[in-house]
Design a protein around this ligand. Structure first.
Ligand code: ZN
Length: 253
């Protein structure tokens, strides 16, 4: 699906994006991945495309669990997600400059960002994740150097960030931006944020304004028993929350 073409069409559109993290956030990575299909099924049955921003470690586990072909059966678009402090050994060997204390890719200079990004793309591709169409940095980190790498050295045509976050520091847009639906650095359409009524209000406004909406959530919430629910006081599973939004789209969209 060519989202860059589709997004130019008139009217309201809704996409779900998921940061597919890895062991730094997914303490129960296998349990979360094993519940992933359920989420993709819910989106696909309701004609919603899911944009999966995948880290190398997440791709590795997906591949080892033999689930890559399974998820490709659904309406999915693949993107690259990078937390440079949590990369597999195979990439660290090729990028010996990596400092495990640096969490933002934009803290690396151009040439090092290039090495990290190109090695991550190779790694995802080797694990069956292709084509990779989009990019989202961990903590929404991106600067002009990241844009230059993506534009000049990859086939990635667009990126998706919360553009109000200070970690998104782009002055020159070289590739297309399809941002997370947000009105500020914290007020974004994130499935696990706010109560359901607030989320629904955001969506109703977006429908009225004929906005393009890229909602966001995280892989560590696929398992309804994951510790994040209790820790962050998220009362309902993301499935339930998404269903409420789907009901709004069906009645108004
Ligand atoms: Zn992340």
């Amino acid at each position: 699906m060519n989202i860059l073409e589709k997004i130019k069409e008139e009217g309201f559109q809704f996409y779900l994006s998921i940061d597919c993290e890895g062991p730094n956030f997914d303490k129960n990575l296998i349990k979360n991945i094993n519940n992933m299909e359920k989420f993709l099924k819910l989106c696909t049955l309701n004609n919603i495309y899911t944009i999966l921003f995948i880290t190398p470690k997440f791709a590795k586990t997906l591949y080892e669990l033999n689930l890559v072909d399974t998820i490709k059966k659904y309406k999915v678009i693949f993107g690259l997600h990078i937390h440079p402090e949590d990369l597999p050994d195979k990439i660290i060997e090729k990028c010996p400059f990596i400092n495990p204390k640096i969490e933002l890719i934009s803290d690396y200079p151009f040439e090092e960002q290039k090495q990290i990004i190109l090695n991550c793309i190779d790694y995802l591709t080797e694990h069956g994740i292709s084509p990779i169409e989009a990019y989202r940095g961990g903590y929404f980190s991106m600067n002009d150097d990241t844009q230059r790498v993506l534009k000049n050295y990859t086939n990635i045509k667009w990126e998706s960030h919360n553009i109000y976050r200070k970690q998104y520091n782009v002055t020159k847009h070289l590739i297309e931006s399809i941002p997370v639906y947000a009105k500020s650095n914290t007020y974004e359409l994130r499935l696990e944020y706010f109560d359901i009524e607030t989320l629904k209000d955001m969506l109703i406004n977006a429908i009225k304004n004929k906005d393009k909406v890229v909602a966001i959530t995280h892989s560590y919430l696929f398992d309804e028993n994951d510790f994040h629910y209790k820790r962050d006081n998220i009362k309902e599973p993301i499935y339930f929350r998404l269903q409420k939004l789907i009901d709004v789209i069906k009645s108004l969209g």
